[in-house]
Design a protein around this ligand. Structure first.
Ligand code: FCB
Length: 443
């Protein structure tokens, strides 16, 4: 028997992101984000779906927070929609209705004894900034710095924990290299520019946070991965090193004061660094956030752009086709612990997609999700015992929501959403969390 035994002060949270859950896309003075525009492009999002209504959390946050609190969660990780706060993107005009929404959300959390963990950027860039070149331009990083200043000024007294950027890798590569996410560009040169500008944006946000003198800690969330080599052939080991450099170290290293990995230059990629940038990017942060879903083995592949590709796994896969590899989380957190200089670490997302449906008795028996969470929580509990400074875990997601290019087809929630009625139904995994949080996590 294994006990999912966690320290008393371990932070149990659940997470979402603005565009994925809020809806009210044309209300409250909000402008278009790149996701509004991208989702109107034929073929960009499954079924032509979009976030216009999503889970309508903009109107239903009270009901959602009450349910989170009832289940025992202590922190809610949400993101702040830039197009709600500064609809013009970079004109400094603050929209009071946008600010009021997030203040009300934070106050509601506090009224339920919960903490507010706000991500400043979870992918919904104002379209007006994309029209000026988006993340390929330095201007966007500077504009994010200004947006962050506004967030600290307007919400600094109600937010308990700040995350600058969610998953820089997806912003840069899915958005500007693979084109699967907004703005849908496929250009490696632009993607590398985006890498640097998103890192710079993080640094500028941290700088603004320090200047504002806020007590609430600030960090960043990476979907880092330390993929294993598919075999111990030398070329596969090299392939794994390239994958690590391009997918993880270009983000982690500059922030942690180690500059860009040398391999980036060797691969012929040029990063648009200006003097002083690395100092801005590497300012001290207070914690590291890690999003983890899966890990794939990589092998040398002479036909791939960077001479590596992922190989099949033997593990079960989720509805995303992602292999279930709890060992990858162990490897990753151990590595993060080793490079993080003792900084607290939070798993800021972890979760499992499944074709869930409510049965006639009103239940959702999502046993595979429970198995997934149990395995990953067991890794967390073990690592804490081994001395990794892991301080909290956020379940992705609280509710089923708009899963980016997959639209509403992929359900990650521990609470089911019937999109026709907006009815919330806790799945069995929600009750599993309730019991683990309450200390009854034996299995
Ligand atoms: C992560 C994103 C999050 C969600 C999950 C499934 O990459 O941060 O918004 O889509 O994947």
């Amino acid at each position: 028997m294994h006990t999912l035994d966690f320290p008393k002060d371990f932070v149990w949270g659940t997470a979402t992101a603005s565009y994925q859950v809020e809806g009210a896309a044309h209300e409250g003075g909000r402008s278009d984000s790149i996701w509004d525009v991208f989702s109107r492009k034929p073929g960009a999002v499954y079924g032509g779906e979009n976030g216009d209504v999503a889970c309508d959390q903009y109107h239903r946050y009270k009901e959602d927070i009450a349910l989170m609190a009832e289940l025992g969660f202590k922190s809610y990780r949400f993101s702040i929609a830039w197009p709600r706060i500064i609809p013009g993107g970079d004109d400094g005009k603050v929209n009071p209705e946008g600010v009021a929404y997030y203040r009300a959300l934070c106050n509601e959390l506090h009224a339920h004894g919960m903490e507010a963990c706000a991500t400043i950027y979870h992918w919904d860039l104002p379209q007006s900034l994309e029209d000026k070149g988006g993340w390929t331009e330095r201007h966007t990083a500077e504009a994010l710095g200004e947006f962050a200043k506004v967030c600290f000024k307007e919400l600094g007294d109600v937010v308990d924990q700040w995350i600058t950027i969610n998953e820089p890798l997806c912003v840069a590569y899915l958005g500007y290299y693979q084109g699967e996410h907004a703005p849908g560009i496929k250009d490696i040169g632009k993607a590398i520019r985006a890498v640097h500008h998103i890192n710079l944006a993080h640094g500028l946000a941290v700088k603004a946070h320090r200047a504002a003198g806020l007590k609430a800690p600030i960090g960043i969330t990476w979907n880092a991965s330390m993929p294993r080599a598919a075999t111990d052939r030398e070329e596969d080991k090299q392939a794994a090193l390239i994958a690590r450099a391009l997918e993880t170290e270009v983000f982690t290293h500059p922030v942690l004061g180690k500059g860009y990995p040398e391999l980036v230059g060797k691969l012929g990629l040029s990063v648009p660094i200006q003097s002083g940038d690395l100092e801005i990017i590497s300012q001290k942060i207070d914690f590291i956030g890690i999003n983890y879903y899966n890990e794939n083995p990589v092998a040398a592949d002479p036909n791939a752009p960077f001479k590596y590709s992922t190989k099949p796994s033997w593990q079960d896969t989720s509805d995303m086709g992602w292999p279930v590899v709890p060992g990858g989380l162990a490897r990753l957190l151990t590595w993060v612990g080793s490079i993080g200089g003792g900084l607290p670490i939070y798993v800021t997302e972890n979760g499992y997609a499944r074709q869930d449906a409510v049965d006639p008795k009103g239940r959702v028996h999502d046993i595979e999700r429970i198995r997934y969470v149990r395995q990953h929580l067991a890794v967390c509990a073990d690592l804490i015992k081994q001395g990794v400074n892991l301080k909290g875990y956020y379940a992705w997601s609280f509710i089923d929501n708009f899963e980016w290019a997959w639209g509403y087809t992929k359900r990650f929630g521990i609470v089911h959403v019937d999109y026709a009625t907006q009815k919330r139904t806790p799945k069995d995994s929600a009750y599993f969390f309730r019991d683990v949080i309450a200390g009854f996590g034996e299995w």
